[in-house]
Design a protein around this ligand. Structure first.
Ligand code: ATP
Ligand code: MG
Length: 446
């Protein structure tokens, strides 16, 4: 295990002062997996005041002193150092009523969620692994420390953490842990939306998100009842061979691991369950489901306390997921104007994922069109074509100079100019635009 020198320094310091100190949790797990940890947590039998005293010549932040955690800044690396502790009763499935400091590291490791997260390491004694985390890691097994149902009852967020770790690392969830996930899922209603959202995001962008959703979608139903409604909804369409939920999962897992794209795909068809209409025997469609779905997604994402920007982007991706995008420069300019370049690229990712979720007989032309559109976007952007008002060859001052009256007329003229340029009816050229606008001046000024 290769510790950054700041971490080694901190471990040495505490050990030199007569305390025990290990790196612990996620950083041990990730190191053993050959990944580089994004942060390093330390565990020690020193009390927070003792830790502060040992690092008196450093900046020490009392992050959660009550819970035993102080943050020490060592050469600008923040290190969380936490005193061995156990947690008291959990009355609300969320937070322990109290924490108590203890003297044995095994007691501290026992309160951690999964065996792969309940390992500690230090340079002299090596790995401390009382619950078989290393073997589970080798077998890619996610297993609760202790009795799964009890552990999920203490803190229901662990239910989602389990799915997140499985989706991120491709762990298989051990049988009794898996069963407890299903039986404890309703407890998720007691967990704050913020904590749920953070875990859900990481689950969705995981490399193994599809596999996890296929096996454990029902665990998410208390958090996302929209998914439950999608399950079992048959599509009665020759290009679909999966129900709406299975189609959704196949679409999501084939898409790039970008949160707005994955959120949009997760909910892109949530409007279908209420929108089915039979066209003829065995053949149906879902009129208006993108708009219905966008409304439903808006409510779902608000409930989960997503920020307005994410909500807005995801709902637009859903609303437009079935809209045709013309294969012309004018069409691409229009869509860049409407969504912005980034969101348009995401829309194509959503459309491609949607294609991938269809049956194998879907004509390949549907995807080829998307590839051509991406190339066209590249070119339209590279050529600096006008896709927004700020790229227009004229502005308000130029219009006033040309004799347009102050006031609303200028705004109307600019919008008219932009429309003409976007649609390719006039080149983005000052003289040409002024001439075209002058010809319509009576419309603009009236
Ligand atoms: P990552 O940092 O990649 O999210 P991590 O395992 O480090 O993964 P953290 O949330 O940083 O996750 O938590 C650090 C450690 O604290 C975990 O490895 C685990 O030992 C313990 N832990 C965190 N959250 C819980 C929890 N809800 N219940 C029990 N133990 C937990
Ligand atoms: Mg961590």
């Amino acid at each position: 295990m290769k510790l950054p020198q700041q971490v080694l320094f901190a471990v040495d310091r505490l050990q030199g002062a007569g305390f025990a100190c290990h790196v612990v949790g996620g950083c041990v797990r990730d190191s053993l997996l050959g990944l580089s940890p994004h942060d390093w947590d330390l565990t020690t039998n020193a009390l927070p005041q003792q830790v502060s005293a040992v690092f008196a010549d450093h900046r020490v932040i009392p992050t959660g002193e009550k819970h035993g955690t102080v943050t020490v800044l060592i050469e600008s690396m923040p290190l969380e150092i936490t005193t061995y502790r156990v947690e008291g009763a959990y009355r609300d499935h969320r937070r322990p009523d109290e924490v108590r400091f203890v003297s044995e590291i095994t007691e501290d490791l026992r309160r951690r969620d999964f065996t792969v997260n309940a390992m500690a390491w230090e340079p002299h004694g090596g790995l401390c692994d009382p619950f078989g985390g290393e073997a589970d890691l080798q077998n890619k097994l996610l297993r609760c420390v202790g009795v799964a149902e009890e552990r999920f009852n203490e803190d229901a967020l662990r239910v989602l953490r389990a799915l997140r770790f499985a989706a991120t690392y491709g762990f298989t969830i051990e049988e009794s842990t898996a069963q407890a996930l299903f039986s404890c899922a309703p407890l998720l209603s007691a967990v704050s939306a913020e904590r749920i959202q953070a875990e859900l995001n990481r689950l969705l962008v995981g490399d193994y998100a599809g596999r996890v959703l296929r096996q454990f979608a029902a665990v998410l139903y208390p958090v996302l009842p929209e998914l439950e409604k999608m399950a079992g909804v048959w599509q009665y369409n020759p290009y679909h061979d999966k129900d709406v939920l299975e189609h959704t999962i196949a679409a999501l897992e084939s898409s790039p691991p970008v949160l707005p794209v994955r959120l949009a795909l997760l909910l892109h068809d949530c409007g279908k369950p209420g929108a089915f209409e039979q066209i003829r025997e065995g053949f149906g469609h879902f009129p208006n489901h993108p708009a219905i779905g966008a409304e439903m997604a808006h409510a779902a994402l608000r409930r989960l306390r997503y920020d307005n920007r994410t909500i807005d982007t995801v709902c637009r991706l859903i609303r437009h997921h079935d809209d045709p995008i013309p294969e012309t420069d004018a069409g691409v300019r229009r869509w860049i104007y409407r969504l912005g370049e980034q969101a348009l690229r995401w829309l194509l990712d959503v459309k491609e994922g949607d294609c991938n979720g269809h049956a194998a007989n879907l004509p390949p032309a549907r995807k080829h069109e998307l590839y051509r559109l991406r190339e066209r976007i590249d070119r339209v952007v590279a050529e600096g074509q006008c896709t927004s008002a700020d790229k227009l060859a004229i502005n308000g001052d130029i219009l006033l100079e040309a004799g347009f009256p102050h006031g609303k007329a200028v705004g109307r003229a600019l919008q008219m100019a932009l429309d003409m340029v976007l649609d390719g009816e006039c080149p983005n050229d000052r003289e040409a635009l002024l001439a075209a606008l002058s010809a319509q001046k009576h419309l603009i000024i009236s």
